[in-house]
Design a binder for this molecule. Structure first.
Ligand SMILES: [Mn+2]
Length: 266
């Protein structure tokens, strides 16, 4: 295959902005969540990412403070480069969507939101990139983000976004929003940015498809094992290879691809 334009992606998910937007809260955790996302944007700029991928649960619910929506859009505008949100179960599209309250794209013209329940492909011709993803609606039982995914499009780089539980072929089906390993393999995509899990991990998609959860920048569960979360920096290299590195949102070491947690498709 001819050499491709190298691209750098930055992947985050499960930011849950607004989770503490209550009039009775003292605002400490609210401020920490905002600091976490501000730091994600700082990293996207410092790492010179071409694209920011936000793999769902960006907002915690549809009743977050309006100033939280403005904060989010202004931070994305500060990054300034292509940004794609793939909505999750907490920030679904359709009736009652948090994305219908404020025109985020008007405040951040570099932002695109995947709003089509059956999936849509967004093209970035300047980057030779297409991003595909479907959206949570709260209307469908047994929603599977990659069911019926169309496979590769025309641009050299093909990326997906999905929000749900990765499961192998022999997994017990006790979760919602299944993302099956064989569905990921069938997409043929170069990279799939996953969300819904707080913990960062590469998952075994097979067939040369690299898929990973970035984990949350600031885990709501508090299960941070003494350190904060990470973002994933993904290098789409000229020879077609895909290289990951985890960068801490707070203190801590960077983690190279070979040392990242890996979940086999069992
Ligand atoms: Mn979720």
């Amino acid at each position: 295959m001819a050499s491709r334009r190298p691209l750098r992606l930055l992947h985050t998910s499960d930011v849950h902005l607004g989770a503490y937007d209550t009039r009775t809260s003292d605002g400490v955790r609210r401020g920490e969540l905002e600091d976490g996302f501000r730091r994600v944007i700082d990293l996207a700029i410092a790492e010179r990412a071409d694209v920011l991928l936000i793999a769902g649960d960006f907002f915690d619910n549809a009743r977050v403070f309006e100033e939280t929506l403005h904060f989010a859009a202004d931070e994305i505008a500060r990054f300034g480069c292509a940004t794609v949100i793939g909505p999750g179960n907490h920030d679904h599209v359709g009736p009652g969507s948090v994305y219908d309250r404020v025109d985020l794209v008007e405040r951040a013209p570099n932002l695109r939101i995947l709003r089509t329940p059956d999936g849509e492909r967004i093209a970035f011709p300047d980057l030779d990139l297409e991003v595909w993803g479907s959206s949570h609606t709260e209307r469908r039982t047994n929603y599977q983000p990659f069911e019926g995914a169309p496979g590769r499009g025309e641009a050299a780089w093909q990326v997906g976004i999905g929000h749900g539980h990765f499961i192998g072929p022999n997994a017990l089906l006790h979760h919602s929003f299944h993302i099956r390993a064989d569905q990921l393999a069938a997409t043929g995509l170069d990279y799939v940015a996953l969300g819904h899990w707080e913990r960062m991990t590469i998952v075994e998609a097979g067939e040369g498809v690299v898929a990973a959860y970035s984990g949350a920048p600031d885990a709501l569960s508090g299960n941070r094992e003494g350190h904060g979360g990470h973002v994933l920096v993904i290098d789409l290299c000229e020879d077609g290879s895909v290289r990951l590195e985890a960068v801490p949102v707070g203190e801590g070491p960077r983690i190279l691809h070979a040392d990242l947690p890996f979940l086999p498709a069992m």
